[in-house]
Design a protein around this ligand. Structure first.
Ligand code: ADP
Ligand code: ASP
Ligand code: MG
Length: 439
């Protein structure tokens, strides 16, 4: 079985939904189809939520009415039969009544906010599945909230997902198309939760891993992983093949086409991931698998909102145990460290989760001297084959960005990654300069 995921723009217009019906049924093979919310819906739901947090229910009602009008028009254009449209109307009516009940909930808490943002995927999947029924496709809904579970650290519980998904699939196994929600899940309290923005990619990979799929396909609005961020750099091009390790680095370090955690479940279970373009289905896209190619420099990505912390040992030389104490503090506050550079008495690290920054700084100060952290930094990650005995790579990279001030450099941690830290104001220039110098 294959798992195919369609993102917001791929389901964002009635004619797009109609064309993905064509795509998923063409080969007659069974598939699990993971859908995102219609493009713009998650943002609209979050905006309703913001009004409610600001205790402005009237504003929330106006925004909800505008969103509902969008869905009313959408379903009128999607369905061809009165019966189909009737089903669509019943879905929209039910879910917008629920939005109204959330608007009326006092106090409106994080729990309600998570129920609110889940509605994008709940709407898109029900609307699409009703459309498949109208078209006579053998299909069923698999409610993600019945099987997609996370633990107290927000980590998906793979064994439980496998067991619950198998139980959900068994009674409907003779169907051809299984439609499910991306992004949403349940937390240990049994409440509705989510896998963070862009999380539908992660859902697809978790399902692909859980059922040991033949392949996971991520369908989006571009013809695969490009060699650089196409929103910032002109003349980028798709990369045909990437290894799991290379794709994981690019996703983690900011290539928006994939949620940062997408590759992990696929890699663990050895399930290939193919990135495809809904607008141009015949384009090759990108195949991500165990295999690597020999191309020296493959792609560049950038991760925003990075904070750099500069730590100096107050003891003099040979202070072993210093790094251990430093990292224990990051562990205590569950704050991942992305980049590290060291000298004899100093260590600099970067983080992107800053909720506990003050507490981390306070505890570090007990045994170290700190400089003011630099906020608003960007990690630029260059991915390729940088084997240890290969000469000339660092000079190429540094020469390409010789006019950009660099705060930190990390080289040699893996054979696939060179990372540079620059101030956010230099991000676009750095990506463009690297593109020119390296490709
Ligand atoms: P979806 O809604 O289908 O999940 P996203 O907007 O999350 O789509 O991801 C696709 C977008 O990612 C592309 O339109 C492109 O602008 C952006 N993007 C950023 N970096 C890259 C890259 N290296 N390769 C391809 N797309 C990228
Ligand atoms: N709808 C969610 C979001 O906008 C998840 C996704 O699209 O992947 O972030
Ligand atoms: Mg996405």
């Amino acid at each position: 079985m294959q798992v195919w995921k369609f993102g917001g723009t791929s389901v964002g217009k009635p004619e797009r939904m109609q064309s993905i019906r064509q795509l998923i049924t063409e080969d007659g093979k069974p598939k699990i189809v993971v859908l995102s919310a219609l493009s713009g819906s998650t943002n609209a739901l979050l905006s309703i939520s913001e009004s409610l947090i600001a205790k402005n229910a009237a504003d929330a009602q106006t925004k909800a009415a505008a969103l509902r009008a969008h869905y009313d028009t959408f379903i009128t254009e999607l369905y061809h039969t009165p019966a189909g449209l009737g089903k669509g109307q019943a879905i929209v009516e039910k879910e917008f009544n629920f939005i109204d009940s959330l608007i009326d909930t006092v106090p409106y808490t994080l729990k309600e906010e998570k129920e609110m943002v889940a509605l994008g995927e709940l709407l898109s999947t029900q609307i699409f599945e009703a459309y498949l029924q109208e078209e006579g496709v053998s299909s069923t809904l698999l409610p993600a909230l019945d099987f997609m579970v996370i633990d107290a650290d927000n980590e998906p519980i793979m064994a439980d997902i496998s067991a619950k998904l198998a139980a959900t699939l068994t009674p409907v196994k003779d169907k051809q198309i299984f439609v499910t929600q991306g992004f949403i899940c349940r937390n240990p309290a049994g409440e509705v939760d989510n896998l963070k923005r862009g999380g539908s990619d992660y859902t697809a990979s978790l399902i692909g891993g859980a059922i040991q799929a033949d392949e996971i396909q991520i369908w989006t609005d571009i013809d695969g992983m490009h060699n650089n961020d196409p929103r910032i750099v002109k003349n980028t091009f798709p990369i045909r093949e990437l290894s799991f390790a290379e794709a994981a680095e690019l996703a983690y370090f900011g290539a928006k086409i994939l949620h940062p955690s997408t590759i992990t479940p696929a890699k663990i279970k050895g399930v290939p991931v193919r990135l495809k373009n809904t607008m141009e289905p015949s384009a090759f896209g990108t195949l991500i698998s165990e295999k690597s190619t020999d191309i020296e420099i493959k792609a560049i990505a950038a991760k925003d909102n990075i904070t750099a912390i500069y730590i100096h040992s107050t003891r003099m030389l040979n202070a072993y145990g210093f790094l251990k104490r430093v990292f224990e503090i990051f562990e205590k506050y569950k704050t991942p460290v992305d980049m590290i550079t060291t000298s004899e008495v100093s260590v600099s690290v970067t983080i992107d989760q800053t909720v506990n920054l003050d507490a981390i700084m306070r505890e570090l100060r007990e045994f170290a001297e700190l400089e003011d952290p630099d906020k608003d930094q960007v990690i630029i990650c260059i991915v390729g084959n940088f084997w240890a005995d290969k000469e000339g790579i660092a000079i190429k990279v540094l020469d390409a960005i010789k006019n950009i001030p660099i705060r930190m450099i990390s080289y040699g941690a893996s054979e696939h990654n060179i990372s540079l830290l620059v101030d956010a104001k230099h991000k676009n220039d750095a990506l463009n300069a690297l593109n020119e110098g390296l490709f």
